[in-house]
Design a binder for this molecule. Structure first.
Ligand code: ADP
Length: 599
């Protein structure tokens, strides 16, 4: 509906009131003035009548009354020049008239004032005169002789002037009325604009509030009613702002909380569209958190098991769990728990899915299982061998003495193997424990000395294999380390390098300054390692060539021990290798020792 401005609701009423009051004033003025004037004229006529009554003969219709009649009329004319005097016989005939010739006049008994006087009463009438053609007031009196009406004396005066005065007055009243209406319109405009200005401010303020500008304040006018509305609006805006601030703060808190969670969280509305997804959920589902919002559940979560869990939770009103394995560059194990959402009235509003990345736990479980299997396997081989030879030696028919010695030699080698396996396992467990508890003990040590000692340890093996060792280590480099452990790490790398080098080859053991770190490296020109093995090389019991490792007396724990020693020092291990060309194993540790909290 098209709405009119408030002023157009006011002005027509003002106009009607002004016009009506002008018309009523004009009507009353007309009536009052007309009544007063006519009464005055009538009084004059009555005086005139009484005066003439005395002058007229008793029976003006008598044949001899002519001169007396004429004298009376003449006296009347002189006494009141503007007054017309007429004497009418009982039969209506005009006997005398001060203005016209009675011979040309119509009988007058039909005139209302004359008719009344003929009946014996004074008569009065006001009308246009047939004779003069003017608006006239007539007053008629019966003239009596005893009970008989002998004639009617009628005086008349024009009220034309009065009509003109009244017409003039009415014109003026109308002109004044128009002026009043015009003033009323101007006053209405002025008043309404005065009243409307604060209303317009309220309207503008309400529009700004609606547009979200709640810091705006509506000016408070003097008028009490409007000032109350303005103050109420300002209070409302203030409260709204406080509430919105509180809601925003709450939302920011919840978003921070959700963003800081390790779990992925996705909220889905009853229309199956995503309301919210935190960063973790976006990462796990491989979608953008912002892009996911507003999208259909099936677009944002592309795993049918999770979609089904959400829909089922929404349908049943019960929590539903689902597990998904996402196979990409790496496998991700996801556990999803969909919980239905309800509003304050208990009505279903959608669901929240909490996603847990179980990949690490899964990998740890697999690693533990593999570790137990590996340890059992590693223990079983030497134990079986020892058991077999001891049984043979205990046989009632034992083998010859030199055989027995050979068997005992084998048993001893297996015992040594078991021993080094147990030593490595214990060493690994201890370094892990110390790294975890931060109890690793460090002291300043010279890199060169650590290398020299390691080379000394491996000297015999190198000589046996015909492999040369070159040392490239400046004298001055030092670092805070657990010297025994770092020496062990270098020995492990050097031992591997020698074992994998052909006879006559050379192995380089080096150390160098790497900014805040100290780098140790062992480079060989041996068989090298295929790239597919490199990511897993530092895992416990991971071997490239199992048979060769066992033959060489390796436990498969050497590189795992290196990695854990380096990690305990806050460092990193690295390997570069090309099959057929050789390998370079290196590690870096902070010169200042393990970072605080780590050792
Ligand atoms: P192992 O006791 O079997 O030597 P490690 O953990 O020390 O166990 O090494 C793991 C595997 O890495 C070894 O079995 C070997 O196949 C491979 N490897 C280690 N060092 C070298 C190297 N310098 N050149 C070639 N292969 C190596």
């Amino acid at each position: 509906m098209r709405r009119r401005r408030l002023i157009w609701h006011v002005v027509p009423h003002f106009l009607i009131i002004a016009a009506l009051s002008t018309a009523v004033a004009a009507w009353f003025a007309d009536r009052a003035i007309r009544g007063f004037h006519i009464d005055r004229v009538a009084e004059n006529l009555a005086v005139q009548n009484r005066f003439l009554q005395d002058l007229l003969p008793a029976d003006p219709a008598a044949a001899d009354a002519g001169p007396a009649l004429a004298a009376a009329i003449d006296a009347g004319r002189r006494a009141a020049p503007g007054t017309r005097v007429t004497v009418i016989a009982p039969d209506g005939r005009v006997l005398a008239d001060s203005t016209a010739d009675p011979a040309h006049m119509q009988p007058h008994q039909g005139r209302p004032e004359v008719a009344a006087a003929l009946r014996g009463n004074p008569g009065r009438d006001m009308r246009l005169s047939d004779t003069t053609g003017r608006s006239t007031l007539y007053l008629a009196l019966p003239l009596r002789a005893g009970d008989r009406v002998t004639a009617v004396l009628r005086t008349a005066a024009s009220i034309e002037e009065m009509e003109q005065v009244l017409a003039d007055l009415q014109r003026r009243i109308v002109l004044h009325g128009i002026a009043v209406v015009a003033i009323a319109i101007v006053v209405a405009f002025l008043l309404s604009s005065r009243v409307l200005r604060p209303l317009a401010e309220l309207e503008r303020g309400a529009a700004r509030f609606a547009a979200g500008d709640l810091s705006h304040r509506v000016p408070v006018p003097d008028a009490r009613e409007i000032s109350a509305v303005a103050e109420a609006m300002n209070r409302m805006a203030e409260q709204l702002r406080e509430r919105i601030d509180a809601i925003e703060t709450q939302r920011a808190e919840v978003e921070t909380l959700l963003a800081s969670l390790g779990e992925g969280v996705v909220a889905v509305g009853a229309d199956e569209r995503v309301l919210y997804a935190n960063g973790q959920a976006a990462d796990l589902l491989n979608t953008g958190a912002a892009e996911a919002r507003g999208h259909d559940l099936r677009e944002a979560i592309r795993h049918p098991e999770l979609q089904e869990a959400v829909l089922k939770a929404m349908r049943s009103g019960e929590p539903v769990e689902a597990g998904v394995v996402i196979r990409g560059d790496r496998e991700i194990y996801l556990q999803g728990r969909a919980v239905p959402l309800r509003d304050a009235g208990g009505q279903p509003r959608g669901a929240v899915v909490v996603l847990n990345d179980l990949t690490r736990i899964h990998r740890l479980m697999v690693m533990r299982r593999d570790f137990v299997a590996n340890v059992s396997h590693e223990l079983k081989t030497p134990l079986t061998s020892i058991g077999g030879f001891v049984e043979t030696l205990l046989d009632p028919d034992p083998p010859p003495a030199d055989e027995q010695r050979r068997f005992l030699g084998i048993v001893l080698r297996q015992v040594h193997r078991l021993q080094s396996l147990v030593d490595d396992l214990l060493g690994l467990a201890r370094i892990e424990q110390q790294a975890e508890q931060g109890t690793i003990e460090t002291a300043p040590a010279a890199a060169r000395e650590l290398i020299d000692e390691a080379v000394e340890t491996c000297r015999q093996l190198a000589t046996d294999r015909g492999v040369g060792i070159d040392v490239e280590a400046p004298e001055e480099l030092t670092a805070r380390v657990d010297a025994g452990r770092i020496g062990r790490a270098i020995v492990n790398l050097l031992d591997n390098a020698i074992k994998h080098s052909p006879e006559g080859a050379r192995v380089v053991v080096a150390s160098r300054d790497a900014g805040p770190d100290l780098e140790f490296s062992v480079t060989d020109r041996g068989c090298g390692i295929e790239p597919r093995h490199l990511p897993r090389l530092f895992e416990r019991f991971y071997r490239v060539d199992k048979a060769r490792s066992r033959r060489e007396g390796g436990t498969g724990l050497g590189l795992a021990i290196v990695k854990h020693i380096v990690h305990a020092h806050g460092g990193q291990v690295a390997v570069e290798s090309r099959p057929g060309e050789g390998s370079r194993f290196s590690f870096r540790i902070p010169k200042a020792g393990p970072p605080v909290g780590q050792a």
